[in-house]
Design a protein around this ligand. Sequence first.
Ligand code: ASP
Length: 344
Amino acid sequence: MTKKPKILIIYTGGTIGMVKDYKTGALRAFDFSQISKKIPELQQLHCDIKTISFDDPIDSSNMNVDCYIEIAEIIAKNYKNFDGFVVLTGSDTMSYVSSAISFMFENLQKPVIFTGSQLPIGDLRTDAKENLITSIQIASTQEAGEPVLQEVGLYFEYKLYRANRTTKISAEQFEAFSSMNYPPLVESGVHLNFNYPLLLRSKNKEEKLIFRKKLNNNIAILKLFPGITEAVVRSYIHIKGLQGVILEAYGAGNAPTEPWFLKLLQEFIDNDIYIVNVTQCVGGSVILGHYETSANLKALGVIDGKDITTETALAKMMYLLGENLSKEDFKKYFETSLRGEISE
Ligand code: ASP
């Protein structure tokens, strides 16, 4: 028998850690250090499990940049002593937080898997057990003495996705996430099927883990809709300290060609506010210049988000703004895949 991998479970909150008080019907957080009492099956896994919990577990709607840093610091502090990490958060903002964590670590060579559930762990029909057990199993899968997964993933309902490719698509189905522009990394059936050619590998194995935590959230999303007024778009320019805007445009990155709109975008750029063009569609890519309605954006110097999701564009912007790059480098890095978040 090979050495047992050591897995750290980080519990931050969300439905997965809740139990129902059968007298009142209310959901409340339970003591996560008692997890193996709730799921005795965990003892059958070939790994040693330790748990660490936020002092005050939160609903993921309350996740902010400080929480991202807190999770990343726990991983960084324990990186040497553990072989893999399973992070439990609420599913509502899981794509955002897991994307942010993917950028905060460069040269990651161990698995960091985010998971949660739609029903609390104490519920009879819960999806929590399968999600948690399989996430731990994937995190502890090793070949030739090294973890098979060496990136940030998100596991839900029999599929492990690259975290920075995911979007929450359902508040009802157990299959709560989709990853339209990148196939699952692992599928769980009778066997765990790793999709080896899709897995991310650090370019230089000798390089140490680099942990960056200067996230800058002076950013906003501007979602276009037919009929959007000049006053709405103009109001963004007056946001104090704003440094970046994710422009959620139509289809392949198309936007109105009306002069007032283009003039305002020019004003953003003149005011040193970066604009990144992403698509409102759940799948597919921005192709700047493909239609006349995006050619103008390209000419203005709008950054091409390609097939990045909105959640990941936000995370990448927070990360790159924190690095104080020159304008040329900011655009270059945004348009390049750093953690497998865009297709090249
Ligand atoms: N509202 C919960 C949260 O995101 C839902 C969940 O846990 O899935 O924290």
